[in-house]
Write a protein that binds this ligand. Structure first.
Ligand code: B1M
Length: 224
């Protein structure tokens, strides 16, 4: 296995660094941290390490999550491994002016404090190479609009877990259409949200889970 494939493999397995005891069968072996450092030392361009190592691993993870081969705890462990590598390559990418695939502005809508699913979506979309602007929870229409104004071309993502807060998505989307323009790209999700509801509120896209969100966002921003 080549070095970049090893990085991808460690992201998938959640092997962050050599000292990590997880996963047990990889105890004592180098993890994403050491392998990424080695790749940098060997002169492999940061963008290759990112795309063919870290993001490649994340793509496998997304597919496995969609196929229900892995679950939330696996994603959270892999997130740590991904972060260990990202921390190494990010300064190089910034110095080289490498642009992200696009920007996702994301938040949980007003009145709603649930953020676990939103965070998983943000993590997986970020892992796929997008810049993430996380507005947090209980986010007002004004905050969404202000963030969208600051990031032209960004996709705006809204999460809701309560049937009482879901209708707030329409208010936000209407405001975005009015303030940013009718072509503003939006995506909605959260346990009670459905494709029918997304159509009703005029969202551009809907995703039932984080893996689908990555695919949908790439499709909507035409960066597949
Ligand atoms: Co709350 N809660 N909760 N809760 N809570 C639910 C949602 C509920 C279904 C539980 C129940 O009664 N069975 C119920 C809602 C009922 C309804 O609306 N019909 C409920 C309630 C009622 C409440 C309170 C009102 C309870 C109370 O105080 N009386 C209160 C509301 C507080 C508020 O928000 N104002 C409340 C509070 C809480 C906690 C704070 C205790 C905690 C939240 C902690 C946190 O998020 N930091 C909590 C939790 C944990 C839950 C349950 C148990 C789990 C939610 C979760 O994290 N799921 C939930 C019951 C359940 O779902 N089984 C429940 C895991 C997460 C990974 O999944 O969020 O669906 P999910 O995200 C998925 C997809 O939906 C999708 O991708 C994610 C990953 O695959 N997705 C997107 C999510 N956002 C997306 C955005 C996208 C695309 C996809 O594009 C932008």
């Amino acid at each position: 296995m080549g070095l970049l494939e090893q990085i991808a493999h460690c992201v998938v397995r959640g092997k962050a660094n050599k000292d990590s005891n997880y996963p047990p069968d990889m105890k004592g072996q180098p993890g994403v941290l050491e392998l990424t450092r080695q790749a940098i030392e060997e002169g492999i361009p940061a963008v290759e390490i990112l795309n063919q190592g870290l993001v490649a691993g994340m793509n496998v993870l997304v597919q496995k999550f969609r196929d229900c081969e892995i679950f939330l705890p696996d994603i959270m462990i892999s997130e740590k491994a991904m972060k260990a590598g990202m921390d190494q390559v990010r300064p190089l990418l910034v110095a080289q002016g490498v642009k992200p695939l696009g920007t996702l502005i994301i938040g949980t809508v007003k009145g709603d404090m649930h953020d676990i699913g939103k965070n998983v979506v943000a993590m997986m979309v970020g892992g796929a190479g997008f810049e993430i602007v996380d507005l947090g929870v209980d986010v007002s229409r004004e905050k969404f609009v202000a963030a969208a104004k600051q990031r032209p071309g960004a996709i705006v993502g809204m999460s809701a877990l309560l049937t009482t807060t879901m209708p707030g998505m329409k208010t936000i989307i209407d405001a975005l259409k009015q303030e940013i323009g009718p072509n503003v790209v939006t995506i909605v999700g959260g346990a009670p949200v459905t494709q029918d509801f997304a159509n009703e509120v005029g969202a551009t896209g809907y995703a039932p889970d984080a893996g689908s969100a990555v695919i949908k966002i790439k499709e909507l921003l035409k960066v597949a």
